[in-house]
Design a protein around this ligand. Structure first.
Ligand code: NAD
Length: 568
């Protein structure tokens, strides 16, 4: 593993020692400046004659790269063009994304990344990160030492079993940790050499992949049970040994493993699960914003959730904690949130395979109080009619499950219904935003999981907010790392949600905006990091530091993609 050391020069500017010369330098994406190497640098670094004569600035390169990437109309072609750029010149790649964030986020992340995961074996060019497979049993720490850089602070690992809403994608799931870590770099300024994507490739139960002669993953049915647990254990202890300062983000594990791993390891290693906790943060931020817009206080909201998996239960947990903070009793809080899975409303006279659902199941008597029969499946329309919700959140992964009848019924009782079809990618959304606008006569406050185009309604154009976890996780990670937090807890995601909400001005609220613009991601992540770090200090999970000093540390930790001066 190589050491990458970014020092701050006497003039306060970043400078770096370059360990490579000649073609090895041009082939190293971290140190490469391409045509931006100055003539003096070219002479000193063995590059004379290896580049065309003109010396360009990074700004100029960004313009050129933008033209090159956008010359492709097709999103997947843009994805590949961006991946190629990253492998040649990481600084230029990240700068391009920072400058065109709203345009490229749907390429490097959902929805295009989902397509890239599905076609991964056919598109594969050059790997990023590490694949840990059952072949590495007994020597995972040694494999981790093959990572390119040693000072890793952020690891994102997936076992590929629940990629977005697309299910088991086998080794192709690697697109997700790669994309997520890029968003840490872009959003929170974590240096690329401090990130490490890992595909925990323990096989796939996706028969189509196993039948595909081009499939590049570990060929076999998924490891389960003890063999799986032992390999995860070896991975975690390996990470602790090789990268002791790293935060581990669990990503796109199927629900049972997602909850198990989070509970098993959150005391042992600085870690969180973005599908459970990050989603909760962004959903809470949306509900809090909807409360401000509609003028209905948070504690009076009635919330129906469709989907009781990792995301749904994560949201239910954070809502319960928030309502508790606001002074509601446990019963009041629980009555405010009704959760449905594929069999209908969670009530305690049903039996559940997933134990974590039991905690959120309503006593059957509460359903009866609303005139419902808990001995029969209670569907969305039933509960909407009975409960008259103000908020409807979808994390079912199943399209068209917000029916027209249920949405129209909701809108009859609520002036500004908050409706969040969060399932990804776009094809899995519980309802199309254009339909939601139509069915609610333009009154709905909509946040989708994947980006949707604005909707024209009469003489208005309605922007569709995206409840993107990217508002949350980069700042949470940065705040946890800079504060030296020993543990990541749910309430840090509530702190993040409020920090995001605080970025909305009165004008935004008057205009019905649920989230601040994504183009402000860096300042949002900064605010989230500060709030999360201070919250960690308040909880005694991080050493106390003066507020101004902590803000300065967050600022100093945020790398902005530009070429560091080279120490010649
Ligand atoms: P999951 O598989 O853990 O959970 C899905 C849940 O939906 C299960 O409880 C299942 O019983 C339930 N379900 C399935 N069919 C249903 C139906 N017809 N009606 C009601 N419930 C039904 O998956 P997850 O990790 O919770 O993710 C679910 C979806 O949420 C995915 O599409 C994912 O991409 C999306 N998601 C969005 C965001 C975001 O927008 N910020 C974040 C995380 C996850």
């Amino acid at each position: 593993m190589a050491r990458y050391e970014l020092a701050i020069g006497e003039d306060g500017k970043p400078e770096v020692h370059v360990p490579h010369r000649g073609h090895r330098l041009l082939e190293n994406n971290i140190y490469n400046h391409g045509t931006a190497f100055t003539l003096e640098q070219r002479e000193a670094l063995g590059l004379a004659g290896m580049l065309p004569a003109a010396v360009r600035t990074l700004e100029h390169q960004v313009q050129r790269a933008y033209g090159h990437v956008t010359a492709n109309e097709h999103p997947l072609a843009r994805y590949l063009a961006l991946a190629d750029l990253e492998s040649r010149n990481a600084t230029l790649y990240y700068r391009l994304i920072v400058e065109h964030l709203e345009e490229f986020l749907p390429i490097v992340y959902t929805p295009t990344v989902g397509r890239a995961c599905q076609k991964y074996s056919h598109l594969f060019r050059r790997g990023r990160g590490l694949w840990i497979t059952p072949n590495h049993r007994g020597r995972i720490a040694a494999v981790l030492r093959n990572a390119p850089y040693e000072d890793v602070r952020l690891i994102c690992v997936t076992d590929n079993e629940r990629i977005l809403g697309l299910g088991d994608q086998g080794a192709g799931g690697m697109g997700i940790p790669v994309g997520k870590l890029d968003l840490y770099v872009v959003g929170a300024g974590i240096h690329p050499t401090q990130t490490l994507p890992i595909s925990f490739d323990v096989g796939t139960d996706n028969q189509e992949l196993l039948d595909d002669p081009f499939y590049i993953g570990w060929r076999g049915k998924r490891l389960r049970g003890e063999a799986y647990d032992e390999l995860v254990e070896e991975l975690v202890t390996g990470i602790q040994e090789v990268f002791p300062k790293a935060l581990l983000q669990w990503e796109d594990f199927k629900k049972a493993n997602a909850f198990d791993l989070l509970d098993r390891y959150d005391e042992r290693i600085l870690s969180f699960n973005d599908d459970i906790q990050g989603t909760a943060g962004i959903a809470l931020a949306g509900v809090v914003a909807a409360s401000r817009i509609s003028g209905t206080p948070m504690e009076q909201q009635r919330i129906v959730m469709l989907g009781a998996g990792a995301a749904g239960i994560g949201i239910a947990r954070i809502l319960a904690a928030e309502l508790d903070q606001l002074g509601l009793t446990e019963e009041q809080a629980k009555r405010s949130v009704a959760i449905l899975d594929s069999e209908g409303l969670l009530v305690d006279n049903r039996s559940y395979r997933d134990a974590y659902k039991t905690k959120f199941a309503w006593p059957a008597a509460w359903a009866r109080d609303l005139g419902l029969d808990p001995d029969q499946p209670i569907d969305l329309l039933d509960i909407v009619k009975a409960m008259k919700p103000t908020v409807l959140i979808g994390t079912s992964g199943v399209p068209n499950t917000f029916s027209e009848a249920a949405v129209r019924e909701m809108a009859r009782h609520c002036e500004r219904p908050a409706i969040f079809p969060f399932s990804n990618p776009n094809s899995k959304a519980e309802a199309l935003p254009s339909d939601l606008v139509e069915w609610t006569e333009g009154r709905a406050l909509i946040a989708s999981g994947s980006p949707f185009d604005p909707v024209a309604y009469h003489d208005k154009t309605i922007d569709i907010a995206q409840g993107n976890n990217v508002y949350v996780f980069p700042g949470v990670g940065l705040g946890a790392l800079v504060s030296g937090a020993t543990k990541i807890v749910d309430s840090m995601f509530a702190a993040a949600a409020h920090a995001i909400g605080a970025q909305l001005g009165d004008d935004d609220v008057a205009a019905g905006r649920l989230y601040p613009p994504l183009s402000d991601l860096r300042s949002i992540s900064r605010a989230v990091a500060i709030e999360v770090g201070q919250h960690a200090m308040k909880l005694g999970l991080a050493p106390r530091v003066d507020a101004a000093e902590f803000e300065a540390r967050v600022d100093a930790a945020m790398w902005f993609p530009e070429y560091a001066r080279i120490k010649l």
